[in-house]
Design a protein around this ligand. Structure first.
Ligand SMILES: Cc1cc2nc3c(=O)[nH]c(=O)nc-3n(C[C@H](O)[C@H](O)[C@H](O)COP(=O)(O)OP(=O)(O)OC[C@H]3O[C@@H](n4cnc5c(N)ncnc54)[C@H](O)[C@@H]3O)c2cc1C
Length: 466
């Protein structure tokens, strides 16, 4: 079987790895990966210079979705996996200062009551309103997807939405909770309401179970000592050794179905190729364009997945620019600000900067409006001015890097699961063509790895005769 993988981000590389390894019943495929950019990795981009390790895209992944750790293990990199340094200290910038997230705070709801009752992040009125959830009847009807923000507001009031849900969930998904789909992003909330009626009661019960099983004590975040770019390097090395044809700087321009259900591909360098199966791991726009002729309904549904932009501003400061050592791992903004949050990479991870440097990553999602689209000359002073006010920097930063990701983050808005179903139905006549990666079934690195592998296996199909 000859497999074409379109896109050399983490999804495409994971798909190629799955295909070339075989799975015992399926023999290794002959694989060509085509990446339009000059480098592999897509959004995984690690820069090492001036003694700094700068992540321009993702800087870590969650361990409770095992696909990334499994892949890392298969590549022989397990000894490179690192957890956060020291104790996890998450703050919200709310009501004028940095305030620690209440102990036992989940993504949206408290799993312990007392720290929630005593936190200064919410006003007494917000807390009272949240407690109304204990009395309210069920709000959700079967079958209707709703926004996370709308659902939470109806049960818990707007305080919890503005100060917890929007910064925490919106920060990960690059979109406001008022547009994000409950069923695609936080389906557990629907299950919690169905089972316990009250979300607070459900969360407290979940907290008791987690404490009983000693889960949740440690941070779930992991990365690699050499940054996530080292995962891309290791994959490239193993794939090359396994005979995969990795082409960079060449795009796929067209795909045409063959009589046998495969694809004839045209490349931007003028060459062509014939394949038995295709994994489209080229993001929303890249994959939708290539499906337009062969599967117009799938292309249209995919094209309706909205996209967010994001900018990462990485700043290095001399450590003595701050009156006190910067030990926080970062914070999320719970009120209007020119950024949505900050990671202090030098405090959070080992080996990101020399000991006399504080390395900070600030996020400017497109949803913040004009500031996100402003040129560096406006953006950087707005970001540094805010950081100076929050952390009390007395001296300017010594270096800055700006990474812009325009229209590249799929947003799982209300109705997302219907769009996924439409893409799948629109491709039903081409079972060896699969769309993989962040556009449909999870934006996190482990989701992309898992989906890349699964879609490669599905594209290659069952072994003849098995
Ligand atoms: C700033 C930022 C921070 C993030 N932080 C985290 C984090 O901390 N943890 C986490 O788990 N996730 C994080 N994510 C999400 C995660 O990085 C992405 O969802 C994931 O990397 C997407 O991988 P992918 O391979 O599906 O897509 P991409 O990385 O976008 O790769 C798609 C590739 O396809 C190529 N392509 C497009 N069209 C064609 C064509 N016609 N021919 C050939 N090639 C083509 C593109 O050049 C691109 O390289 C973050 C994302 C961003 C932007």
């Amino acid at each position: 079987m000859r497999l074409l993988v379109v896109g050399g981000g983490i999804t495409g590389l994971a798909a190629a790895w799955e295909a070339v390894r075989g799975d015992g019943s399926r023999p290794p495929a002959e694989v060509v990966v085509v990446e339009a950019d000059a480098r592999l990795g897509g959004k995984l981009r690690t820069e090492t210079s001036d003694g700094l390790l700068v992540e321009h895209g993702p800087d870590s992944f969650v361990a409770y979705r095992p696909a990334a750790l499994t892949l890392i293990d298969e590549l022989g990199l397990s000894d490179q996996v690192i957890s956060i340094s020291g104790v996890r200290t998450v703050y919200l910038h709310a009501r004028g200062r940095l305030r620690p997230l209440p102990a036992g705070m989940g993504m949206v709801l408290p799993t312990r009551l007392w720290p929630f009752v005593t936190t200064g992040i919410l006003s007494p009125l917000d807390k009272l309103r949240a407690c109304l959830d204990l009395l309210l009847p069920r709000q959700l009807r079967d079958g209707d997807d709703v926004s996370i923000g709308g659902f939470l507001r109806s049960r818990l009031g707007s305080g919890i939405v503005q100060r917890f849900a929007d910064p925490m969930v919106g920060g990960i998904y690059g979109a406001g909770v008022d547009e994000l789909s409950l069923d695609a992003v936080l389906p557990s909330l629907r299950a919690d309401e169905a089972k316990h009626r009250s979300l607070m009661l459900a969360s407290l019960a979940n907290g008791r179970t987690a404490r009983g099983s000693a889960r949740g004590a440690n941070s779930p975040f992991r990365t690699l000592a050499g940054g996530l770019g080292s995962l891309v390097d290791a994959l490239a090395e193993h794939l090359t050794a396994a005979g995969v044809d990795l082409r960079t700087g060449v795009g796929v321009r067209s795909l045409r179905p063959t009589a046998g259900g495969g694809a004839d591909a045209g490349f931007t360098d003028g060459t062509t190729g014939s394949f038995d199966a295709v994994v489209l791991a080229a993001g929303v726009t890249g994959s939708a364009e290539l499906l337009a002729d062969a599967a117009p309904a799938a292309a249209a549904a995919l094209g309706r997945v909205p996209l967010a932009s994001s900018t990462v501003v990485t700043l290095a400061y001399p450590a003595d620019a701050f009156a006190a050592p910067v030990t926080t791992h970062g914070w999320l903004e719970a009120e209007p600000a020119p950024i949505s949050g900050v990671t202090v990479s030098s405090a959070k991870w080992a080996g990101r900067a020399p000991s006399d440097v504080v390395l900070i990553r600030a996020f400017v999602p497109g949803r913040l409006g004009a500031i996100a689209a402003a040129p560096d000359a406006e953006l950087v002073p707005a970001v540094t001015g805010h950081i100076r006010r929050v952390l009390g920097a007395r001296r300017p930063h010594s270096s800055v890097r700006v990474a812009r990701w325009p229209g590249m983050m799929p947003k799982y808005t209300v109705g997302h699961l219907s769009r996924v179903a439409e893409v799948e139905a629109g491709l039903a006549h081409l079972p060896s063509w699969r769309v993989a990666g962040s556009p449909l079934r999870g934006v996190g690195v482990p989701d992309c790895v898992a989906d890349g592998r699964r879609q490669a296996a599905l594209a290659l199909g069952p072994t003849p005769g098995s």
